[in-house]
Design a protein around this ligand. Structure first.
Ligand SMILES: [Zn+2]
Length: 451
């Protein structure tokens, strides 16, 4: 029962104080709003003045009744507590035995004692307001045992001792003010100390000169330079995004050769970074987000996979990965492949390139020339070579007077047989090249290492 009553009394007591606070705040609030109202409506002044006065008086009387009622009620009653004694003299009251023990432990710790010899406790009853928490009780024990000591707060900057102060709240306020003044320098930033400021309770001799006054602390923060300001800014930067390179393989280039098919283009992006400074020095930059303004364009590079060239004295012939060597010297573009096209079914492939006319046409493989001359069927000046095993090749549209072989001649692989021209059914200088197997015109691409 004792514990329940004690709790109830303390509760009612605190409730009384709280109600008092609420009413006084309420009275102030009504006062200020009524005042504001009268600035706009002076004609109603007298009636509101009366109303205001009566309200305030009523509220004040009510608050005084509640506060004094609960106060008197609770203070006229004694409740159970633990009396803390030094040499049998009561120093204070703790709500429970464990609070009393805690108070002794804390006091011993501050005084560097194993325990306090003169300390004892006993059950008692007292008015609620006499009961203190263990921290206050430990302070009472210390000042009783060592009256020359005073409770202070030590201040540490990054773990390094700076000074001691008697008023911790005020010291905190000084640090806050110091930070507030730094905020004015960096109005758009979030501002903090670069150093960690920590506080620790201790007991010093009252005359200890390590105890600083508020003015001393305030001045020292400004002059000693023990604190630096860290501020973080959001910064927007436009940056370049480098293009990447994509490689594709091509039969139209020799191994080891490459050419750019499409130029790469760098892109741009906005980056928003959170940049932290200590003073003016940048210490950290974290990217919060990036927004692409222009995407980069990949560079496309063609890389040759054609086999090495075959040197034949004054010229070089490409040795393809297929059965035949490349039938033209220096021209590598297939301008029209084998198969269906707008001008009908193409029975061979057309090869051309820059300055095509006059380029050497060579035998794809060794064999015997079976036809060499003018075609009435649209081939212009042409040559057919029989390579044995039912395989033949045909070379068409060559320049007039450029044929270097006659029917019956034996030719070797890569041997020149004529020059690229535009004769017969042809629209521009090129070589029309056919491969025939047992008389059937087939796609030459695989025989030239193109597929
Ligand atoms: Zn053709």
């Amino acid at each position: 029962m004792g514990v329940i009553f004690k709790t109830l009394y303390v509760y009612i007591y605190n409730l009384g104080l709280a109600i008092g606070d609420i009413f006084s705040s309420f009275a102030r609030l009504i006062g200020s709003s009524v005042k504001r109202f009268f600035k706009f409506n002076k004609s109603s002044f007298s009636s509101f003045k009366t109303f205001f006065k009566r309200s305030v008086v009523f509220i004040l009387i009510f608050a005084i009744l509640v506060v004094s009622g609960t106060f008197l009620y609770s203070n006229n009653r004694k409740i159970d507590a633990i009396a803390i004694k030094l040499n049998d003299e009561i120093v204070g009251y703790a709500p429970t035995q464990s609070d009393a023990d805690l108070a002794q432990n804390l006091a011993s710790k501050y005084l560097n004692l194993a325990s306090i010899d003169a300390f004892s406790t006993e059950e008692a009853s007292t008015e609620p307001y006499n009961i203190k928490n263990y921290e206050s009780l430990s302070e009472m024990l210390i000042t009783k045992l060592s009256p020359e000591l005073v409770k202070i707060t030590e201040i540490y900057i990054d773990g390094e001792y700076l000074c001691a102060v008697t008023d911790r709240q005020n010291a905190k306020h000084i640090f806050t003010q110091y930070l507030e003044s730094a905020k004015e320098l960096y109005p758009t930033s979030s501002v903090s100390f670069a150093e960690e400021v920590s506080f620790k309770y201790a007991y010093y001799n009252k005359t200890d000169d390590r105890i600083w006054s508020s003015d001393q602390l305030e001045l020292s923060l400004k002059t000693l330079g023990v604190l630096t300001i860290r501020h973080a800014e959001c910064e927007k930067t436009l940056s370049t995004v480098e293009f990447d390179t994509v490689e594709i393989q091509t039969n139209t280039l020799f191994v080891g050769d490459a050419r750019i098919r499409r130029n790469g283009q760098n892109g741009t992006e906005y980056a928003i970074d959170l940049v932290t400074y200590i003073g003016d020095k940048k210490v950290l930059s974290e990217q919060l987000m990036s927004v692409s303004v222009e995407k980069p364009v990949s560079q496309v590079v063609e890389r040759g996979i054609r086999a090495e060239s075959l040197s034949l004295g004054s010229y070089s012939v490409l040795q393809t990965t297929g059965y035949f060597c490349w039938p033209v010297v220096g021209l590598f573009t297939v301008t029209s492949p084998f198969g269906l096209r707008s001008l009908g079914n193409h029975k061979g492939i057309d090869i051309s390139g820059a300055n095509a006319s006059g380029s050497l046409v060579v035998a794809g493989a060794s064999g015997t020339v079976t036809e060499a001359g003018w075609s009435t069927g649209g081939y212009g000046n042409y040559v057919i070579i029989d390579h044995g095993n039912g395989i033949e090749t045909l070379y068409a549209h060559m320049l007039d007077n450029s044929l270097m072989v006659n029917a019956g001649d034996i030719v070797t692989k890569g041997q020149a047989i004529g020059r690229v021209g535009n004769t017969g059914y042809s629209f521009g200088a090129h070589l029309h090249f056919e491969v025939r197997v047992n008389g059937n015109k087939i796609n030459p691409a695989p025989y030239l290492g193109l597929e």
